[in-house]
Design a binder for this molecule. Structure first.
Ligand SMILES: [Fe+2]
Length: 337
């Protein structure tokens, strides 16, 4: 009888804990569809708290031990690194399968990349000639032929901070400061707007080159942002820099295991599910990111849909956080608004 009661209690407690709580700074309805599939397959209920990155991090820190969150999902390795450095994540002991799927430069002990994106150049084929594109690198955006021709968003943007962090890693602080100063003189306007606004500026003739993440271009082409943006995207072309050296700057969306996760094993199951072929296909076709798994093709609308470009597979994305404060310092010193 006692054994039966213990068994009963075990079953009860097990069914009560069959849930997982996600705090997500991603804003995709398609992510919710994915979590629904996970529940259907495992019986584990998924609760989602969404919000912007800063607000969610603040809430998790304030709730401390009382926070019911298991997984923190956000874009940019710089943000994941920042949160990890505040001690808000725990070591996850990733399985061999996850380690095999996700190269070491796209994960830490506490977070793992679930999708990739590239930060690339978009140009006007009318105003940029082919010789200017020859061997174009991020580094060459500082050259005088680009004076007054480049648009890029502000220095407070994490994607830019991560790009500059990567340049610091590859070229050193002094070179990067020189580069940033010249880049500022090459800007067509004082930085404003999001990544799509940069592409729109090139389409409108305000600039010749824009820096933006790959998925924004696909999103515009998809028509989900309206006809005007679709037509604007058609007027510009993507270009992958640094093809003759380390490759194009890559970043991730990722998931971290929260420090006080009450449903740790379910959390790990969900992260493993996000890295399954089924989930990876779902992600690339809805968010227009690149899959973390090499065998999954990107969506047709995404630049580099044939994966025929060289990705930077050397620069560890964990450095985006390590170099972040230096990157911001350099950008501000250079007068990057
Ligand atoms: Fe984004």
């Amino acid at each position: 009888m006692r054994k039966l009661i213990i068994l009963f209690l075990f079953i009860c407690s097990n069914s009560i804990s069959a849930e997982v709580n996600i705090f997500s700074a991603r804003h995709y309805d398609s992510d919710l569809e994915l979590y629904k599939k996970f529940t259907e397959q495992t019986g584990i209920k998924v609760n989602v708290v969404s919000g912007n990155d800063k607000a969610l991090q603040k809430r998790i820190i304030e709730e401390d031990k009382d926070c019911v969150g298991d997984i923190y999902i956000t874009s940019d390795a710089g943000r994941l690194g920042a949160f990890e450095s505040k001690g808000m994540l725990q070591h996850a002991n990733w399985s061999d399968e996850i380690k095999k799927k996700v190269p070491i430069i796209f994960r830490s002990d506490s977070w793992v990349g679930i999708a990739k994106r590239a930060r690339i150049i978009f140009y006007s084929p009318e105003r940029v000639n082919q010789s200017e594109l020859q061997n174009l690198n991020y580094e060459s955006l500082s050259e005088p032929n680009w004076k007054g021709r480049i648009v890029i968003r502000k220095s407070d943007n994490i994607y830019n901070q991560s790009l500059v962090s990567s340049l610091i890693e590859n070229n050193g602080k002094d070179e990067t400061l020189k580069w940033a100063k010249s880049l500022v003189t090459n800007m067509a306007r004082s930085p404003k707007g999001n990544d799509r606004a940069q592409i729109l500026a090139v389409a409108a003739g305000e600039a010749d080159l824009a820096i933006a993440n790959t998925y924004y271009y696909a999103l515009m082409l998809s028509g989900q942002k309206g006809e005007e943006q679709k037509n604007a995207a058609k007027k510009v072309l993507p270009f992958f820099p640094n093809q003759n050296n380390r490759g194009t700057h890559m970043n991730i969306s990722g998931a971290g295991l929260l420090k006080f996760s009450p449903n740790k094993s379910n959390a790990v199951k969900l992260i493993e599910f996000l890295l399954s072929e089924e989930s990876q296909k779902h992600i690339v076709n809805n968010t227009y990111e690149y899959a973390m798994l090499e065998n999954i093709s990107p969506n047709e609308l995404v630049p580099g849909k044939d994966l025929d470009f060289k990705q930077d597979n050397e620069t560890d994305v964990k450095l985006y956080w390590d170099n972040q404060s230096e990157a911001l310092k350099i950008m501000l010193l250079a007068g990057w608004k």
